[in-house]
Design a protein around this ligand. Structure first.
Ligand SMILES: Nc1nc2c(ncn2[C@@H]2O[C@H](COP(=O)(O)OP(=O)(O)OP(=O)(O)O)[C@@H](O)[C@H]2O)c(=O)[nH]1
Length: 788
């Protein structure tokens, strides 16, 4: 049953000032506690009145049947709630599993800040490192979760974070424990609030009860920790904030405890927004400890939509100004509304729903909009705000807001990554926007990672083919990290994805939700081919005055992107290079009836199709190649329809490729980064299997949580010294955990390994380690077969 029908969600219709909006994502390694923490945030904000749990499959944000039954997040869920009465937090809970990386990438594109959740026992895990790098431009705060677990190491985790992620930290709170004389265990009870100089102790029985106390000098241990944490915090901020140093020396008379909380918060906020520090908080979400201070920190330290840089646009010459009332204005035009579509889903009741973030202006329901990515104009239907699976209809979405477009006419007309232009006041006002400068504006697209696994899909009967194709199209529209291709030789349809789990979920959707009558083959690795040298260039011309010269080149070396002349061809790392025409500047001197965007779209589509046809070794799709359109092309002035360009350029690309020999192509296979955590006594067997049977290239073997070795990727002396100078309280539960670890230290093996040798590794790994270890695998890149 949907939670909405239980009436547990409250929605909010009133508009919030821009400075009081926070668009944030929750990111982390799988199982760190993102969904558990999100559920508590919803509870404490008053959005729900009963706490759900992942293990019972009744959380608000994991509402898909597969999420409930597997206890993992598969798709990002968006939800809005209020905090401290006046702030509105739009939050996206993202998946942690590496197979769903695209869900994280597309959410990050529209967010202004992040909360990174860390497991206090596991520390900074591989996927956390990855998503941290993917979100490197966003200000972040960190929540060290699972402090109730034996072996939790707050300080060890902070140290790992400083060194691995190369960040300074601001300890906002630190844990305190109660010693249990019966079991000799340290029980996590609450936090020392370093900024407000209080202790916060939660009741284990009542999730709503917190005891807030002043910290007296007589409570020596806690008082000492508070003083040391505050001193370290002020010293760190002092490196960045001169005003704070002056205040400390003058008004506070050199006393760390005399700087008022409000002043300190302002300083932490400045340093966080400029990514000089990462504020750190801790708790145990499952035990309902530490979540309210985390919500305060989101409001206090993460940016509002008017405090973040505008996303990169294709035309960077237009002026962008930001004011606190209207947010960003592009081209100083209040009527210009620019939005980005970042996700498309099919809802059983509303049909196609497109998630969008409005970057400037106001998007109104029922407006006629222009999709500047495809060049199409159409009318949208209603607009809604999403609360997980509950929809709230609104008349408009303003700058900085994240919402959803609906309407029968948007189907097939908007895809993930498209930019949507509209008029902020008139429902049909596109004509009054600048046709050359404003309508073609595009926010730089979302990059799709290449799929590495594939399965064949066949209709059960010939009559099922067209419904199978419709279902596959729906799947790919919702999740562009899935790809459909056709095997030219066998005529089979191939569905490719990011991993075994990704394809398993896609199969489930196809059969159980889209009711496709299909036979699905075995999972296999998706190979590619690349060029070993450039093709010669070839020219095609027609009597009507069309002329193109095209060549295809391998792009092992490419200029720094984004580059206006390099247009991405999707997930195979292929590009279209449009050499500038000597005479026709696409914006200033464009004389043709057909817009420049339509010309580029035609060349893009034809290049994608031609490169998909594959190389000469085994017909695998081409990868790492660029179709270069030389700058001497000619078009008839009155050309309107791009169809001829499309078919001519496709046959030209195929022609130049066919002039190469088979030896000019090389087969590529996916290579994975592997991180294995095993007890010392199992290490020999795991290593032998990896090097002997799986062709792995071992990069390093370290003690878990070791920071001065290759674990950090480089010697990283600066941040090792930052970590050494940072005051960190003693880790209370670690010694007990170490005593209990019979297998000795855990070891971390890092390796690169061809994906084909890792199919179904989970079972083998389990039997080699008797379930005592864990491993994490993520796509590293394509490597030449036999070269890993
Ligand atoms: N002991 C303890 N367990 C926790 C805590 N928070 C979460 N868990 C458990 O950790 C497991 C994973 O929690 P989730 O909230 O699903 O983690 P997640 O990061 O959302 O996982 P994915 O979305 O699948 O990546 C569940 O079994 C939770 O009950 C905590 O504070 N303490």
């Amino acid at each position: 049953m949907l939670r909405s029908s239980l009436g547990l969600l409250r929605t909010y219709a009133t508009r919030t000032e821009l400075s009081k909006i926070r668009n944030i994502g929750i990111i982390a390694h799988i199982d760190a506690g993102k969904t558990t923490t999100t559920e508590r945030m919803l509870y404490y904000s008053g959005k729900i009145n009963r706490i759900g749990n992942v293990d019972q499959g009744d959380t608000i944000t994991d509402f898909l049947p597969q999420e409930k039954s597997r206890g993992i997040t598969i798709q990002s869920a968006a939800i809005s709630f209020k905090w401290q009465k006046e702030f509105k937090i739009n939050l996206i809970d993202t998946p942690g599993h590496a197979d769903f990386t695209f869900e994280v990438i597309r959410a990050l594109k529209v967010l202004d800040g992040c909360v990174t959740i860390l497991d206090a026992v596991a520390g900074v895990e591989a996927q956390t490192e990855k998503v941290w790098r993917q979100s490197k431009t966003l200000p972040k705060i960190c929540f060290i979760n699972k402090m109730d677990r034996m072996g939790a190491g707050y300080s060890r985790t902070v140290k790992e974070l400083i060194v691995k992620m190369k960040t300074r930290v601001a300890l906002i709170n630190a844990p305190f424990f109660k010693h249990d004389p019966k079991t000799q265990e340290q029980i996590f009870e609450g936090v020392i609030d370093v900024v407000n100089m209080k202790t916060l102790k939660w009741s284990l029985e009542d999730p709503d009860k917190i005891e807030v106390s002043d910290i007296e000098k007589s409570n020596e241990q806690i008082f000492e920790q508070l003083t040391s944490c505050r001193a370290s915090l002020i010293e760190t901020l002092g490196e960045y904030d001169e005003e704070l140093v002056e205040h400390f020396l003058d008004e506070a008379e050199g006393d760390y405890l005399k700087i008022p909380a409000a002043f300190l918060k302002g300083s932490i906020r400045k340093a966080t927004l400029n990514r000089f520090v990462t504020p750190i908080l801790c708790g145990a979400s499952f035990k309902n400890i530490g979540v309210q201070p985390l919500l305060d920190a989101i409001v206090d330290y993460l940016p509002s939509p008017i405090e973040v840089p505008y996303p990169e646009l294709n035309d960077s010459n237009l002026p962008i100004t930001i004011d606190s009332k209207n947010g960003a204005l592009i081209n100083r035009n209040r009527n210009l509304c620019v939005s980005l579509a970042f996700k498309v889903i099919t809802d059983p009741i509303r049909g196609i729903m497109v998630f969008i973030r409005v970057y400037s202006g106001i998007l109104n329901s029922g407006s006629t909009v222009f999709n500047s990515t495809t060049g199409e104009k159409f009318k949208i239907g209603k607009l809604v705000l999403m609360h997980a699976d509950v929809h709230e209809e609104v008349n408009s979405l303003h700058t900085g807001e994240i919402g959803v477009m609906t309407g029968s006419s948007i189907a097939q007309r908007i895809s993930t990554g498209d930019t949507v232009i509209s008029h902020s006041l008139k429902k049909d006002g596109l004509k009054s926007l600048d046709r050359k400068k404003e309508l073609p504006l595009k926010i730089n697209p979302i990059t799709v990672p290449p799929p590495v696994f594939s399965v064949t899909i066949e209709p059960r009967t010939l009559g099922n083919r067209s419904s199978m194709e419709d279902s596959l199209n729906t799947l790919v529209t919702e999740d562009p990290s899935l790809q459909i291709t056709k095997d030219e030789e066998t005529g089979q349809t191939i569905l490719s994805g990011m991993g075994e789990l990704h394809l398993e979920i896609a199969k489930y959707k196809l059969i159980n939700e889209l009711h496709a009558a299909v036979e699905i083959g075995k999972v296999r690795v998706s190979n590619k081919e690349t060029l070993m040298e450039s093709t010669s260039s070839n020219t095609i011309s027609t009597d009507a005055g069309l002329r193109f010269t095209i060549s295809v080149i391998p792009i092992s070396e490419r200029p720094p992107l984004p580059n206006e002349n390099w247009i991405s061809l999707g997930s195979d790392n292929n590009y279209l290079i449009m050499e500038q025409h000597e005479i026709y500047d696409p914006v200033k001197n464009w004389k043709f009836q057909m817009p420049y965007g339509a010309l580029v779209n035609a060349l893009t589509s034809s290049s994608i199709v031609a490169l998909y046809k594959g190389g000469k070794v085994a017909g695998y799709p081409l990868y790492d190649c660029a179709v270069k359109v030389h700058g001497n092309w000619e078009l008839p002035l009155d050309i309107q329809n791009p169809t001829e360009i499309l078919s001519l350029s496709r046959s030209l690309v195929l022609k130049v490729l066919s002039s190469l020999e088979e030896t000019n192509f090389a087969v590529l296979e996916p290579v994975m980064s592997l991180e294995v955590i095993v007890a010392q006594k199992d290490m020999g067997a795991v290593l032998q299997d990896l090097t002997g049977a799986r062709d792995a290239n071992i990069l390093s073997i370290d003690d878990e949580h070791e920071l001065n070795g290759s674990a950090t990727g480089d010697s990283n002396i600066e941040f090792l010294s930052v970590a050494q100078n940072q005051f960190l309280p003693p880790d209370m539960t670690m010694k007990i955990a170490e005593l209990g670890n019979e297998g000795g230290h855990m070891k971390v093996i890092r390796a690169r390994v061809p994906l084909k040798s890792m199919v179904a590794y989970t079972n083998k790994f389990r039997s080699l380690t008797q379930g005592r270890g864990s491993f994490h695998m993520a796509y590293y890149g394509m490597g030449k077969v036999g070269n890993d």
